[in-house]
Design a protein around this ligand. Structure first.
Ligand code: CA
Length: 312
């Protein structure tokens, strides 16, 4: 088995003015961060977390490896908030997954209420437990899961990255099987779209994870789009796990901070495993056509000048 395609999409939603979510989709590492804080502090916190994860080296392995990245991200966000009063109190969720195709495992580390799911055989399994007030109330039997879904405080988180000098990261490893789709999302998706609908939407758009991501964002917006919506997906396919890692097209890096500037803005990145064509948003083969035409024109002009010179 090896990594198949992967895609990341983020959208401001229909109610918020800014997008304070960020994501990274840099095989074999995938993550979603959902920032919080006044002014632009939420964007800064999520962006710092994504940047810290982007620096992950090829030697990063397993849940412990990602945990170390999250601890480093926490340190950077905390230090920034101490130095810059405008960002005091900022923080972010982070849920990150690292595929190890050689061992057929996915390491997951998370803080906050961004979720990781695994879709296997049409059934969606939530892998992470939200660090949220309502999740704790469900755990202690005070609320039913159905009550939690409608609870007005359902976005209140009990743990965040960057709000304190140290952080408690939950980390674990799960197995990956052929055909699995892993999904990481911010609460702008999971609060708006039920697990059953997420499973149905991804199963239906199974041929293209980019399409599945866009369809999930559309579903969240159709249900109100009350928050920023971010989803990252990757799939496990048949193949040689030792094959070189899939190359990542430039847009994946360019949109890595996932920060949008206005309502309705959607950004996506779709790194594809080797073997498939690279599809990029905003830059297709058409961009190369004018250059080819220019070269042909120069060649034709050169031949004409030569011909004119010889014939005189
Ligand atoms: Ca959110």
């Amino acid at each position: 088995m090896r990594l198949g395609s992967a895609a990341g999409v983020t959208d401001t939603g229909r109610r918020r003015l800014r997008n304070e979510d960020a994501f990274i989709c840099e095989p074999p590492l995938f993550a979603v961060a959902d920032g919080m804080g006044g002014a632009r502090a939420g964007e800064i916190a999520a962006g710092l977390a994504a940047a810290a994860l982007e620096e992950a080296g090829a030697e990063t392995r397993g849940a412990e490896g990602i945990t170390a990245l999250l601890v480093e991200a926490n340190r950077r966000i905390w230090e920034r908030s101490v130095q810059d009063p405008a960002t005091a109190g900022m923080g972010t969720t982070v849920t990150a997954a690292l595929l190890d195709a050689a061992t057929g495992t996915v390491g997951v580390a998370h803080v906050g209420d961004s979720r990781a799911y695994r879709l296997r055989g049409g059934a969606l399994e939530q892998l992470t437990t939200d660090h949220s007030l309502v999740a704790e109330l469900v755990e202690s039997g005070v609320l039913s899961p159905e009550e939690a879904e409608r609870h007005p405080q359902r976005s209140a988180i009990t743990r965040a990255l960057g709000t304190e000098a140290t952080v408690d990261v939950d980390a674990f490893t799960v197995d990956a099987e052929l055909g699995d789709v892993f999904l990481i999302c911010s609460d702008g998706l999971s609060n708006m779209v039920s697990d059953d609908e997420i499973a149905a939407v991804v199963s239906e758009a199974r041929g293209s994870l980019a399409d599945a991501g866009e369809a999930l964002v559309s579903a969240a917006n159709a249900h109100g789009g009350e928050d920023n919506i971010t989803v990252v997906l990757f799939e496990i396919v048949a193949g040689d796990p030792e094959a070189p890692p899939p190359s990542v097209p430039a847009p994946a890096t360019a949109t890595a901070d996932g920060v949008g500037d206005g309502p309705g803005e959607t950004q996506s990145a779709e790194p594809l495993a080797s073997g498939g064509p690279l599809r990029r948003h905003g830059a297709g083969a058409g961009g190369r056509l004018p250059a080819i035409l220019l070269i042909v024109a120069v060649l034709v002009l050169g031949i004409l000048v030569l011909y004119w010179g010889v014939s005189r």
